[in-house]
Design a protein around this ligand. Structure first.
Ligand code: PEP
Length: 257
């Protein structure tokens, strides 16, 4: 089964106002886009509800994070069931900024916060963009595949016996050194990691899940570099930060055209 190309736009905590976000979304709403590409944009949580209404109906919105519990005394957090109730179908989990700046699994905990959140989000009916990726020193030490495996392993464990769950997950391979830096992985390097990740999925889950799961690349994707990256056989789309706030996001959506 062909994997549908997937392009996500991670707005992070940008830009300032609802009006500024609507201006960006308006460009997308009017754009002529490849109908064979699935598009998801991820504004800050406060703007999800207005943008669910404002965004064209063939695109979807995603939260940038959620809590691992469905309700309770967790001041300042948002539960996956609340996202689902608000009409938000997707959530990004395990983004490197969450892992490093907010302590999600970078301190050697045995229990994986990202895996617990993934399970909770799926249980609430959400789909998950699951981010993994190595730091520069880990790449230089030849540990890229090992790091990606160690980030995926707790998710395999928590979803053991539920292969169908993988149809609701897109894996985003985002080398940390490439995020927001202007340094992009070469198509060859990205392809190698995507292929190794797919092989790992085949071993740990099943060949069928490995074949159907989309593995997208993130890290300084732009209108200039997206076409070549998109020709790689195991790159099934992109997660885009900075360039998702610019009109060139349309060119990235249309990489395969
Ligand atoms: C991201 O934040 O997921 C990302 C890939 O950012 P950028 O495209 O700016 O590198």
């Amino acid at each position: 089964m062909a994997r549908k190309f997937f392009v996500g736009g991670n707005f992070k905590m940008n830009p300032g106002s609802l009006e500024a976000k609507k201006a960006i979304v308006n460009v997308l709403n009017k754009a002529d886009v490849d109908p064979n590409t699935e598009v998801v944009i991820s504004p800050p949580a406060l703007y999800l509800i207005p943008l669910v209404d404002f965004l064209r109906k063939d695109f979807s919105v995603s939260a940038q994070n959620c809590h691992e519990k469905l309700s309770g005394a967790f001041t300042g957090e948002i539960s996956p069931t609340q996202l689902a109730d608000a009409g938000v179908p997707w959530v990004i989990l395990g983004h490197s900024e969450r892992r490093t700046l907010f302590g999600e699994n970078e301190k050697g905990e045995v229990r994986s916060i990202v895996a617990a959140k993934t399970k909770a989000a799926l249980d609430a009916g959400l789909k998950v963009i699951l981010c993994v990726g190595e730091k520069e020193e880990q790449r230089e030490a030849g540990k890229t595949d090992e790091v990606v495996r160690s980030q995926l392993e707790p998710v395999f464990e928590v979803l053991k016996g539920d292969d169908a769950a993988w149809s609701k997950i897109v894996i985003a391979y985002e080398p940390v050194w490439a995020i927001g830096t202007g340094k992009v992985a070469s198509p060859k390097d990205a392809q190698e990691t995507h292929a190794a990740t797919r092989k790992f999925l085949a071993e740990r889950v099943s060949p069928a899940v490995a074949e159907s799961t989309r593995i997208i690349y993130g890290g300084s994707v732009s209108a200039k570099n997206c076409k070549e990256l998109s020709t790689q056989p195991d790159i099934d789309g992109f997660l885009v930060g900075g360039a998702s706030l610019k009109p060139e996001f349309v060119d990235i959506i249309n990489s395969k055209r």
